[in-house]
Structures are given as C-alpha cells and as structure tokens.
Design a protein around this ligand. Structure first.
Ligand code: 5GP
Length: 194
C-alpha cells in the first residue's frame, strides 16, 4: 500500500533492529485519511471472504479496524488488555506474551459479542512473533466461530509470526511488509516477495 509505505519511510523511526516506532500516524497520533485508505485496502484483500465481525486488540488495532468495519458493514470488537469492573462475567480469555515488554498479559472479550455463526476477520497494527494474533485466533476458537483471515497493517517479515500463522493455514494479508530495520534503515520486501 503506497501511502502507508510513504508514511512509514517519512515518519517511522527504527528504534532498534526489531522495533519500529510509528506514533505519528498509528500508535499515538492517528491519521484519519490513512486509516480510511487502510479500511478500503483490507476490504479489497478480503473481498471474497464472508466476514460477519472484526476482532482486534486495544488500543492501536482499533482505528484501522473501525475503518475496515465501515467498509465491510460489520461490528468491531476489541479484546481488552486491562481488567475492567464492568467486564467480569462470560469472558473468553487468552494469554499474550510480549517480547518487547517481556511479560505475559491476559486479554478478554465478552462472549456475548462473538458467536458460533461468526466469520471473523482479525486485525492488528503490527505482526512480529504472532503472539497477539494467535491469542485472538484462540478467542475466536473458544467462541466456536471461524477465523476468516488475519489483516495486519505492518508485518515485520524478519520475525516469525507471519510464517507461523500462514503455515498453520491462516490467510494473512499485510498492507506493508518490512524486511529489515538494521542500522536504522527501514526496508520493505520487494513487490515480488510481498
Ligand atoms: P506479536 O504478538 O506479533 O509478537 O507482536 C504484535 C503486537 O506487539 C502488536 O499488537 C503491537 O502492539 C506490538 N508490536 C510488535 N512489534 C512492534 C513494533 O515494532 N512497533 C510497535 N509500535 N509495536 C509493535
């Protein structure tokens, strides 16, 4: 996706060989024009799939998911990371290990928002080791629903998440695929590879 790649190159910062900071348009400040384009791009990539719901993870997955939800005309559910007083009964939960934070956190979705008839598109901002996506797939499975696909805004293809999810049979569509962040330089997979 051209606009996304330009944004990453112009405004993204490689904090290390593995971590990309994109807080100008995705992780802190949000660019609504870019989000609208991202919503359309996900719709194009999953146009043949029947989607009844979008599932994401708070907080950075919400903006791209809402724009995709508008395109598909379906509700968007976000898994919560923090315990909420109002979120107590009928929960589907899974653990996510974060390599960047070196800790495991539980995520939760109220079971009333996912049902066995649902065909779910999972969306997240980044794909690195695949822990977050794997936990969301597990929540969909617990609900007895189907994972129709996984849509990622930025995949770091030098990390193993994409390979793991694809070899488990998931359709993973990433709008930008980064091949390297070494020496502060952001490089993308070539169009042929991507
Ligand atoms: P995974 O679970 O695939 O290892 O990592 C995905 C999650 O970690 C995403 O939900 C995202 O919030 C966070 N993450 C992973 N890598 C990066 C990165 O390079 N930059 C930012 N901003 N977040 C990341």
């Amino acid at each position: 996706m051209k606009l996304l790649k330009e944004k990453i190159l112009n405004e993204g910062v490689a904090l290390s060989d593995t971590v990309l900071k994109v807080d100008h348009f995705l992780n802190h400040q949000i660019d609504p024009v870019l989000m609208a384009e991202i919503g359309k791009a996900f719709k194009e990539r999953f146009t043949t799939q029947k989607i009844t719901k979008i599932l994401t993870l708070e907080s950075s997955g919400i903006a791209p998911s809402v724009m995709a939800g508008l395109e598909f005309g379906v509700p968007v559910v976000f898994a919560r990371k923090r315990k909420s007083l109002t979120l107590s009964e009928g929960l589907l939960t899974a653990d996510v290990y974060s390599y960047t934070k070196q800790e495991t956190n539980s995520i939760a979705v109220a079971d009333k928002f996912l049902s066995s008839g649902d065909s779910v598109l999972i969306i997240d901002d980044f794909l690195a080791n695949g822990e977050a996506a794997h936990a969301l797939v597990d929540i969909v499975r617990q609900a007895g629903a189907d994972t129709a696909g996984i849509g990622i805004v930025i995949e770091k293809s030098f990390q193993p998440g994409g390979e793991k999810l694809r070899s488990a049979g998931h359709r993973v569509e990433s709008l930008a695929r980064i091949s390297s962040l070494s020496d502060g330089r952001i490089e993308f997979l070539s169009e042929v590879e991507a």
